[in-house]
Design a protein. Sequence first.
Length: 259
Amino acid sequence: MHPGAWMAWATCAGLVAFTTTNPWYLAVLVAIAWFVYAAQRLDGPAARSFRVFLLFGLVAMLVRTALVLFTTVDLANVVYYLLEGARLAAILVVFGTFNAVTDPYGVLRLAPRRFHEPALAAALALSIAPRTIEGLNRVREAQAMRGIEVRRMRTLPALVVPVLETGMEEALTLAESMDSRGHGRGRRSRYRPQPWTTAGVVTAAFAVTAASVFLVASARGLGDLKPGTDPLGWPTVAPALVGAALLLAVPGLFARPRP
């Protein structure tokens, strides 16, 4: 699928998550992200990015809530920040899905010449998680062959240090490769533009529609997008908004890309 379609999908899904703290809508969005990931994930280390960002999201939600518990015992405040943490977790899950289904260098090719440097930085940022996961797996396999088991805090440096060292070496190799291709000296390779397919157009159009519905509902105060916590009560759900969110699941209905 065209990288621009995935950028539109991720941006719109992030907007949907940003407009609400309702746990029901967020749960639907996370389920949709998992469905898209399962159907469209790329082969290789990038496929594991979803689980990594899902874990980060859960940790962020729990840490945000735990910090509030140290400063207050008011149940309404705890629930409020728990819902805020759930929104952050949903955004991280969307980003993890985008990372798992998109080639970061495909995103780089979309950037105009004058924005090539910021796009390159963004592409490298997207590749951090897959590179780290790949390096972690290589180090663990090498240590397992040597009979080293990383199970306690004392043996953690034996895993972290090689991963960081490998990351530095790969960064230097990438910098040397960029320098040899004249990056930053006014030269840039020209790429054949990737055509938009029907799947890409439909994905982008439906994603924009879903985000537009949630933005309008947020502006008009409809659908209980941000349920109150004082007094506490069960948040309500608008079927129309659930239907709009389900439009983001459309890319999961298309065939999985072949390597």
